[in-house]
Design a protein. Structure first.
Length: 431
């Protein structure tokens, strides 16, 4: 856990530097134009949603199969090349499909009269660049490098308010805003690519060699389930933002996104610990080392839950004073209830820790897709019912309830298949 802790601490420091800038932006920049903030979250949300599909599961392949491909003299069997080729192929398919359905999409959003149809085209380059950067960042996890890729990702939190201010001061229009966003995403990809080369693990010329005991067909099968599994997870967990836009418009999405951002800030250390542990979990399962897997399962639950609860408590206490500091605070009615339910969802995530990772990296990875179907069905159904009746509060409650059911189901499954659970006596003392 030593490397995990060090990388988690470094990652958390980097994240909180970005978070400090984001807090300033949430208080004094984004509320000045909730429609633009909502539009940004809608476009970037769709790009993130599409990333698992366009990458064809390559990000997970780069971590799950690294222990069997690992051989620096042979360029790790060309694993990175395989991942990038799959990603480019997936993006090519997406681009073709996007332009086929673009007229229908434009007509649909024109009928909604929410002003997003002119900006749908930016989804294409953002999806490509996000998927490529995600693969490289995941690849870095194999070498226990979390902080630098995270720092590059967090640069957006610094420049994004600058882009907003350029629009607010009429120096650029909204299209100019998205041009800058795409350009900066390209810069981020180039920086991470340079970092992989600096680590000495960027291999282009090595032949893709499938290790003995594994078949390319097996990798492709895993890729298919990762695509639908990851897509299902993002779809189920981010569909609330998209559905808020469809039902209530971009201004409501802007308000809801503020709550999402604040709740996510409580989970920053937990997310760092989770990412840093991915190689360990992959190794434990590859070696069938259930003893170490159980230790990591229980330790991660405490390590993720403790900072999540601490930060959530602080945010609850400070929210009302913070709201008074915000620009246009009178327009932020309903954010408190959104924040409450979204934080509760994060606490559930923290308590159940790495259950999704264990299933996803094990021979039972197919079941993760079934659980995600359950999550997606519940969340979408609840959103259809609750958003028209309770607005953004209904969307937040849908996320909390579906997340709870999803995590409990996965934890029970792991207990039945592995005899493991994430809870220990120490976790009781946290509460």
């Amino acid at each position: 856990m030593g490397v995990v802790v060090r990388q988690s601490i470094k990652g958390s420091i980097v994240n909180y530097v970005g978070l400090a800038v984001s807090i300033f932006s949430v208080l004094f920049v984004y509320p000045k134009d909730l429609e633009l903030y909502g539009l940004y979250n809608f476009i970037i949300g769709i790009a993130i949603l599409l990333t698992p599909f366009t990458s064809l599961g390559a990000g997970s392949i780069a971590v799950r199969y690294f222990p069997v491909f690992q051989n620096q003299e042979r360029g790790h069997g060309g694993l990175l090349s395989l991942a990038l080729i799959l990603c480019l192929l997936g993006n090519l398919i997406f681009i073709v499909l996007f332009f086929i359905f673009q007229p229908w999409l434009i007509s649909y959003y024109e009928a909604k009269q929410q002003g997003v149809e002119s900006y749908l085209i930016y989804i294409v380059p953002l999806t490509l660049l996000l998927s490529l950067s995600a693969i490289l960042s995941n690849y870095c996890l194999n070498f226990h490098r979390v902080a630098f890729p995270l720092a590059v990702s967090n640069l957006l939190k610094i420049v994004l308010p600058v882009f907003f201010l350029l629009v607010l001061n009429n120096w650029i229009d909204v299209h100019g805003f998205f041009y800058l966003l795409v350009g900066f995403s390209l810069v981020q990809f180039c920086i991470i690519l340079w970092y992989v080369k600096k680590l000495g693990h960027l291999f282009w010329r090595h032949k893709i060699t499938i290790p003995e005991g594994h078949r390319f067909r097996q990798i492709l099968q895993y890729s298919v389930f990762v695509i639908f599994g990851s897509l299902g997870a993002l779809f189920a967990l981010q569909i609330d933002t998209l559905m808020v836009t469809n039902f209530l418009g971009t201004q409501a999405t802007g308000k809801y996104s503020l709550g999402v951002f604040m709740a996510a800030s409580c989970y920053v250390p937990g997310a760092m610990i989770l990412n840093a542990m991915l190689p360990n979990i992959s190794k434990n399962l590859a070696e069938n080392n259930l003893y170490e897997l159980e230790k990591n399962y229980k330790k991660s639950s405490i390590a993720i839950l403790l900072p999540t609860l601490f930060l959530a408590s602080g945010l609850f206490v400070c929210f009302l004073p913070l709201r008074e500091l915000m620009v246009n605070s009178e327009k932020l009615n309903g954010v408190a209830s959104v924040l409450t339910f979204l934080i509760m969802a994060r606490v559930v995530d923290g308590a159940t820790s790495i259950n999704g990772t264990i299933i996803g990296f094990s021979k039972y990875y197919r079941f993760d897709f079934i659980f995600l179907l359950l999550l997606g069905t519940i969340n979408i159904g609840l959103n259809f019912y609750l958003i028209p009746r309770y607005g953004i509060t209904g969307a937040a409650f849908s996320t909390f309830l579906s997340t709870t059911i999803y995590n409990v189901t996965k934890s029970v499954f792991i207990y039945l298949k592995f005899g493991l659970h994430p809870f220990s006596r120490k976790i009781i003392t946290i509460f």
